[in-house]
Design a protein around this ligand. Sequence first.
Ligand code: ADP
Ligand code: TYD
Length: 205
Amino acid sequence: MRGTFIVMEGPDGSGKSTQIELLKEYLDQKGQEYIVTREPGGTVIGEAIRGIILNPEYNEMSDVTEMLLYAASRAQLMKEVIVPAIESGKVVISDRFVDSSMVYQGIARGLGAETVSAVNAPGIGNYRPDRVFFIDIPEEEGLRRKKEQKKLDRLEQESIDFHHMVSKGYRKVLARRPDVVQIDGTLPIDEIQRIIREEMQSIMY
Ligand code: ADP
Ligand code: TYD
């Protein structure tokens, strides 16, 4: 029995973590087994890689290095956590997945979709998310929310132009894909959660 693989995507501050916390409560109520994981990170090696990628002191990092580190963290997460959980019938909720690389590295850094796909392919194999929830939000609003919350990491400190490319990039990469549910991130938190739960009901066996 295969599990269900769910991904939350959207710019920084769009509300992914908030929605995942609420979805956990719902799955608990249903008695559904699940795991939650995040990118970059989610494994001991992945969290070490995360510390390198997001360190604001490493501003000499090349775009290619950045892409490879995200892919490395993801490959480890697939092998150690996501594949075993899917194969044992659990719901897997991942805070970001390869679409983040397609948008941030492929479009905003300009490395291109083909390169990002090729670099990520060996780590992902034939696994694909059953649903990607795309929480769409204007970039200024996302950054405003983040600034109120904590110190900004290396990517969050990028220029407003970079974040603008991220927002546009998301709409381009995720538009018209049958596995994507696009949600207006400026809606109230409860309303967004209602949409997510309704969709979950239709995809969980
Ligand atoms: P992400 O994980 O996508 O970076 P978070 O879930 O951490 O985003 O949310 C960033 C901030 O915005 C938090 O302070 C959160 O309470 C707030 N927030 C999340 N969703 C909404 C919403 N729909 N409306 C208003 N504020 C929100
Ligand atoms: P995240 O953990 O979502 O940050 P936070 O919890 O502070 O919102 O993501 C860290 C940053 O990494 C975020 O700016 C997006 C970026 N990122 C990429 O550039 N490429 C990727 O493949 C992934 C997974 C994230």
